[in-house]
Ligand binder design. Structure first.
Ligand SMILES: Nc1c(C(=O)O)ncn1[C@@H]1O[C@H](COP(=O)(O)O)[C@@H](O)[C@H]1O
Length: 589
């Protein structure tokens, strides 16, 4: 099959690189492409927004699949036009791309369907917008409604800044028509993460989590750029948060779009703010992020053509995504001056040396060929992307490669991935063990609570019956590893908690699991009836008990830790508020 990729950045180079690995592909074209893309695709000089010419090219060259990289042609309806002409195309339709193309549309959709997002309001009137800021204060985010190449979002920390941002959008019209409307929303705190998924409008297949670095300078300082680097996975999205994001954001959004008569097909990108176990959507994009696309596609093992065909035919339920378990990091090399003005035409050295490195790939974003030499021709020039067993190893390798590449005025951040690396490090305070992986669903009750209360934990399977030495060893070494509490979940003749308690002086909490026809009563007695001297703090049978095990572990840690104690107090307060809200609902019946 012949494939056409539309766009010219690092994202499109990654798409071409991945598509070229498919046995189904005989030739790739890229419009307009760049010097790196030209190594594996034929570049055609048609701009990414020239839809009539792109359509004519696809028809003339019998293109079997067109893949749209950037957002502008999507919001202009390129997908609708290709589909009308009977051509297979991967991307969101015009109606679906409104999720990215109009911030007010996205906000009202989320509000209507209960998808968690910051509290916000849409304005078309400058005086009303200013009055709102006077009312709620200056800690807000001011967003131009339409596409503004990532520059239409202004984070304000005081009234003066917020009023200036409103003026910039509506009076100075800095973003043109994109600023005819604006959204003003509360400023959220927490850690950002990107979550992308393929969807055919029904099935949602998640990619691993990722995170980009928007600011130009180290420590996230300075003006925002298109992105100075990215990594995957984002450790803030653990298994529990992954499920929560799928259930509270991704699936409901795809459902909501279908209900609105604008079925979403393509890649759905949710920019999220995560605070403990609280998720809020900051924005949606209707395409791959750039540079997140580079580290994500490097981890994707499944044939991309197969996925894109399945999306188009609405058969995504038949596809399984295979993901490389290793971490990836992409470091963007930019030209001095970016995101302001910068020079062009400087020859780049070192690319061949990096080509010889294993598990490293350099994606081109802004390069051109001049006198047979590759030169810098954009603000963001290259994305050096590496795979590693751990995020730290991937960072190391990516920087080793990036340091070999030079041109006059090359600039890169020195701290790409550090956030992930720092995040990956907090030592676990709780050790969760279960007798079998069949206990996992129940034991996730404990991880849910520990995530809520921000207590780092480790989790594994060990059995006092099947792997007695391993179980004993984990318990014996727990104190030295900094563990404060052990939680043990087991079903049937549940000896695990007691056997662990025998090996340590740390408190052990036992969760009896309903795994046999005796409905957990067997596990309850086996766990709770400990002989004097070796106590096991036994909680209720099943998920309810697992949740309480998480809370109880936090309470034990909270005895000597002010911060945890405060979080517990806030947790109880929130629970009480929820009960009052429920009481009011019942009383109103
Ligand atoms: N109770 C124990 C222990 C133990 O106490 O060490 N090891 C496994 N098991 C339990 O056996 C059940 C069935 O296990 P399988 O599903 O692996 O057959 C599980 O609930 C597990 O906790």
């Amino acid at each position: 099959m012949k494939v056409l990729v539309i766009g010219s950045g690092g994202r499109e180079h990654a798409l071409v690189w991945k598509l070229s690995q498919s046995p189904k592909v005989e030739k790739i074209y890229c419009a307009p492409g760049n010097a790196g893309i030209a190594e594996s695709a034929e570049c055609v000089p048609i701009g990414a927004e020239d839809i009539p010419k792109l359509l004519a090219f696809a028809k003339e060259n019998a293109i079997g699949l067109t893949v749209v990289g950037p957002e502008a042609p999507l919001t202009e309806g390129i997908v609708d036009k290709f589909e009308k002409a009977g051509l297979m195309v991967f991307g969101a339709s015009k109606a679906a791309a409104r999720l990215e193309g109009s911030k007010s549309f996205a906000k009202s959709l989320m509000t209507k369907y209960g998808i968690p997002t910051a509290i916000g309001k849409t304005f078309t009137d400058i005086e009303k917008a200013k009055a709102y800021i006077e009312e709620v204060g200056g800690k807000v985010v001011v967003k131009a409604d339409g596409l503004a190449a990532g520059k239409g979002v202004m984070v304000c920390t005081n009234k003066k800044q917020a009023l200036e941002a409103v003026n910039l959008v509506m009076e100075e019209k800095a973003f043109g028509d994109a600023g005819k409307k604006m959204v003003i929303e509360e400023l959220l705190v927490g850690e950002e993460a990107s979550f992308l998924a393929f969807t055919d409008g029904k099935t949602v297949l998640p990619l691993p989590s990722s995170q980009d670095h928007k600011a130009i300078y180290d420590g996230d300082k300075g003006p925002n750029t298109g992105g100075m680097g990215a990594y995957s996975p984002a450790p803030v999205v653990d298994a529990y948060m992954h499920d929560k994001i799928m259930n509270e954001v991704m699936k409901p959004t795809v459902k909501a779009m279908a209900a609105e008569g604008a079925p979403y097909k393509g890649v759905l990108y949710a920019g999220l703010m995560i605070d403990g176990d609280d998720i809020k959507v900051l924005e949606f994009n209707a395409r791959f992020g750039d540079p997140e696309c580079q580290p994500l596609l490097m981890r994707l093992k499944t044939d991309l053509v197969e996925i894109m065909e399945a999306v188009s035919k609405e058969e995504l339920d038949k596809v399984n995504l295979e993901i490389d378990p290793r971490a990836t990091v992409c470091i963007v090399l930019a030209s001095k001056g970016y995101p302001g003005s910068y020079d062009k035409g400087m020859p780049i050295s070192g690319l061949d040396a990096v080509k010889r490195m294993k598990d490293v790939f350099v994606f081109h974003a802004g390069t051109a060929l001049q006198d047979e030499k590759i030169v810098a021709s954009g603000g963001r020039v290259l994305g050096v992307t590496a795979l590693g067993e751990t995020i730290d190893k991937a960072i190391d390798k990516a920087y080793k490669a990036a340091d070999k590449i030079k041109w006059t005025g090359v600039y890169k951040r020195k701290d790409i991935g550090q956030k992930a690396s720092r995040h990956a490090k907090p030592a676990p305070l709780v050790s969760i063990l279960m007798g079998s992986d069949s206990d996992l669903k129940v034991m996730q009750g404990a991880t849910e609570m520990l995530t809520k209360l921000r207590i780092p934990y480790e989790m594994t399977v060990a059995s006092a019956h099947r792997t007695p030495e391993r179980a004993a060893e984990i318990a014996r070494t727990a104190r030295d590893r900094g563990i404060k509490v052990i939680i043990a979940g087991a079903g049937a003749a549940a000896h695990l908690a007691g056997a662990l308690a025998a090996q340590t002086t740390l408190p052990v909490i036992g969760v009896p699991i309903d795994a046999t026809p005796l409905a957990g009563f067997d596990a309850l007695l086996a766990t709770v009836q400990m002989p004097p001297g070796i106590p096991v703090a036994t909680v209720a049978v099943g998920k309810m008990g697992a949740k309480n095990a998480g809370v109880l572990a936090a309470q034990i840690i909270g005895v000597g830790d002010e911060t945890v104690a405060k979080r517990l107090a806030a947790f109880k307060e929130k629970m009480a508020e929820e009960v009052i809200a429920k009481a009011k609902k019942v009383e109103a019946l």
